[in-house]
Write a protein that binds this ligand. Structure first.
Ligand code: ATP
Length: 429
């Protein structure tokens, strides 16, 4: 008999279901077993006196065991979940589970040790269905606009790029590194004339960060495109892209997100507000008495990011804010500058940076100078070559997929917004 998904079971038919045992209620004369698959749950009801062999199977079984059950599906309004139940004619135990070492009250780090059990919780698996919806929307939006999906190498020869720390690895008899972003290769694709590309892939950062929003490996959704006039074109594409993504998520999961995560999905209006960094600091001081030392004003502090959310809401009725005009010292050498000002931005959503974007410097001589100014020479030689033989003006941005999932669902830590978390102290499972 073919398997039927639990959500598709029909009263009146004999069907086969497969899944995990979610609950077992073993009473004197009856057993009520709840079985769960990826689509939902159904009650399996056993009258002990009528089916002693089946009752015996369930008596010795723990929750989390995996079973295949055939039986008649019948309507029963008394069953809270779904109003139907299955009366089994055959039960096969595919995998008998030991008692689970974790439950809802277990601390996060121990739950992560047993992540595969932790994820059986419906709300947790829902996170990845919603993340899939986000990635699908991002992808569809770009594919419709003739973007090409590329796959760049993650094992690379040169260590330096944006200054973030890289993981070193042994590559036969020499050293290699794990890519801290696909930046160089995205730009190589522009020099290759691909014009519009994106990639969704792992990004590695050897940072000892113990915040709620940093991981040492995360998924980056990266975009690069040619023939732009300025970084305004980059911001425009990004705001349209994110608006489309949130529209798709709201349509498919808006109600579920409100119910399960208590968060409203707000589809923004475009354009998103834009503010220069120095004006942001001025407003934060004027409005919220937030004062920082001048030396910190070249970048946005974590506290300022949080206040930017408040400012964006109060001043512009928006959850988003593009912050522009950072100090060149704080930005990567490949950002184009105009009168010394980097032609790029960070996008802040709900108080956290989700993107860095920019127009890139495509003119070989200037790019070389900017690299040298940051003390980069040997490591970027191969990259500089990309710009010697003709390269269109271009720009792009990178979105942290795990971060937007965390913010979208108001999950307190990125550890739970990614399938498997990697941090300075975590390499397992
Ligand atoms: P941050 O200042 O938060 O450390 P960053 O400036 O190093 O981030 P970028 O190099 O611009 O980040 O990376 C692009 C995007 O990737 C970020 O906006 C963010 O959404 C995501 N991201 C960056 N670092 C991490 C990380 N360690 N863990 C998870 N996501 C990250």
């Amino acid at each position: 008999m073919q398997r039927t998904y639990i959500s598709e079971t029909k009263a009146g038919e004999t069907q086969k279901i497969q899944g995990f045992i979610d609950k077992i209620r073993d009473q004197k004369t009856m057993q009520f077993i709840v079985v769960r698959d990826t689509t939902g749950k159904i009650q399996v009801t056993v009258v002990k006196s009528e089916q002693p062999e089946i009752a015996e199977i369930f008596t010795g079984l723990n929750v989390n065991s995996v079973v295949t059950i055939e039986g008649k599906v019948v309507e029963n309004p008394a069953v809270k979940a779904g109003g139907k139940e299955i009366l089994p004619t055959s039960v096969v135990v595919e995998s008998a589970a030991e008692v689970s070492p974790i439950d809802d009250s277990t601390a996060i780090d121990m739950r992560l040790d047993y992540r595969w059990i932790d994820l059986r919780d419906e709300k947790k698996s829902l996170i990845f269905k919603i993340q899939t919806c986000c990635a699908k929307a991002l992808r569809n939006f770009l594919l419709e606009r003739k973007f090409v999906e590329i796959h760049t190498p993650k094992i690379i020869a040169a260590a330096s790029e944006s200054g973030a720390d890289v993981f070193e690895l042994k590559y036969f008899d020499r050293k290699a590194y794990l890519a801290q972003s696909p930046q160089f290769y995205k730009q190589m694709a522009m020099a290759a004339g691909l014009e519009r590309i994106f990639e969704c892939a792992p990004v590695f950062r050897a940072e000892q960060s113990y915040t709620s929003r940093h991981a040492t490996e995360f998924t980056g959704f990266d975009i690069e495109f040619s023939y732009i006039d300025s970084f305004e074109d980059v911001m425009k594409l990004e705001e349209e892209l994110l608006t489309y993504m949130l529209k798709c998520v709201k349509e498919e999961y808006g109600e579920v997100i409100a119910k399960e995560f208590g968060k409203e999905v707000i589809v923004p209006t475009t354009p998103f507000p834009r503010m220069k960094l120095k004006d942001v600091y001025q407003e934060l001081e004027d409005r919220y008495d937030y004062i920082v030392d001048d030396i910190e004003k070249g970048d946005l502090t974590t506290e300022a990011e949080k206040l930017v959310y408040r400012l964006a809401q109060e001043k512009y009725n928006s959850e988003f804010m593009f912050v522009t005009d950072y100090d060149a010292k704080q930005r990567a050498f490949y950002h184009m500058r105009k009168d010394g000002v980097p032609q790029g931005y960070d996008l802040i959503w709900r108080g956290v940076e989700i993107t860095t974007g920019a127009q890139r410097e495509h003119r070989y001589e200037i790019l070389k100078e900017q690299a040298e100014e940051k003390g980069l020479k040997k490591d970027v030689e191969f990259y500089l070559e990309f710009f010697k033989y003709g390269c269109p003006p271009h720009g792009g941005f990178g979105i942290g997929l795990d971060r937007i999932t965390m913010l979208l669902l108001d999950i307190p830590t990125i550890k739970e917004a990614m399938f498997i978390f990697r941090g300075p102290n975590r390499l397992l499972p």
